[in-house]
Design a protein around this ligand. Structure first.
Ligand SMILES: Nc1ncnc2c1ncn2[C@@H]1O[C@H](COP(=O)(O)OP(=O)(O)OP(=O)(O)O)[C@@H](O)[C@H]1O
Ligand SMILES: [Mg+2]
Length: 257
């Protein structure tokens, strides 16, 4: 059996396109026949609702993180071939406090996903992480093989990126996850302005290998899709954003050959 790869979609900056990328990249990979699990690690539960999945707290990732249920039994179908979800619930906002009180919170996701790692039918597991450097984000980075960072084409984005690279370095150094790799950066909400092009040039100059060639354009279709419980591939299959996410999936697979 092929080994599953766990990828955290992470950027502590809010609203940069993490959830949109997690949902639509996952959907585009599933459409290419890869077996995908999307884990919603954010108490906003945006990834869950974007796929039209709503659960109670005891049916969410929360229960697995607290060791009450196994992650495997919480996985749900999304009604889409090859795409499953382990959903979140708003209750998870309290989980950070509970986990901090319990002590070993850095490892809670590693432990929760250990069964999935050993015995998985999935090719790729994506973690849609919250916009902070809190417990859930750190725990995700400790459990992941790789990090994929969506980045908005705007001023100060590079600073946010340095911060996440620094946190990853700390996690590697303290031994919890010494093999954690920064897989890539995917630019989102691109509009053809001087500023956006300058930001891309800057990333290209500093981290050429990490930068995805595919750039996700700004498109109202991406923003609209979740309100229909749809991915942008379903909502506007031939639009520029859907095509970009399909290209990103191809590029992702090339990078993981
Ligand atoms: N390519 C795009 N074009 C237009 N709007 C977009 C695009 N990508 C994301 N958005 C919109 O921008 C907002 C933020 O996107 P998203 O929720 O994916 O970011 P996020 O990083 O997950 O946010 P948070 O940090 O709150 O979890 C949402 O309203 C989303 O619909
Ligand atoms: Mg999000």
């Amino acid at each position: 059996m092929a080994l599953v790869k766990i990828i955290a979609i992470a950027n502590q900056k809010g609203g940069v396109g993490k959830t949109s990328t997690a949902v639509n990249l996952a959907a585009a990979l599933a459409a290419r026949g890869k077996e995908i699990l999307l884990i919603d690690v954010d108490s906003q539960a945006n990834a869950s609702s974007a796929l039209g999945v709503f659960v109670n707290g005891d049916q969410s990732l929360y229960a697995a993180l607290l060791g009450q249920r196994s992650a495997e039994e919480l996985i749900l179908p999304t009604g889409r071939r090859h795409l499953s979800i382990l959903p979140a619930h708003m209750d998870m906002s309290g989980v950070e406090v509970e986990l901090t009180q319990e002590g070993s919170h850095a490892e809670c996701m590693q432990v929760a996903l250990s069964g999935l790692r050993k015995n998985s039918t999935f090719d790729y597991v994506f973690l849609d992480t919250p916009p902070s450097l809190g417990v859930l984000m750190t725990a995700s980075l400790c459990a992941a093989d790789e990090v994929l960072t969506p980045m908005q084409c705007e001023y100060l984005s590079m600073e946010g990126l340095s911060k996440i690279l620094f946190v990853m370095e700390q996690i590697r150094a303290n031994g919890v996850n010494s093999k954690l790799k920064h897989e890539g950066i995917i630019m989102t909400m691109y509009n053809n302005t001087n500023l956006a092009n300058q930001v891309i040039d800057q990333v290209q100059e500093n981290l050429p290998e990490q930068l995805y060639e595919t750039i996700i354009p700004r498109s109202v279709r991406v923003a609209e899709a979740p309100s229909f419980g749809k991915t942008v591939l379903e909502h506007d299959p031939d639009g520029a954003a859907a095509c970009a996410y399909k290209n990103a999936a191809k590029e992702f697979l090339r990078r993981h050959r």
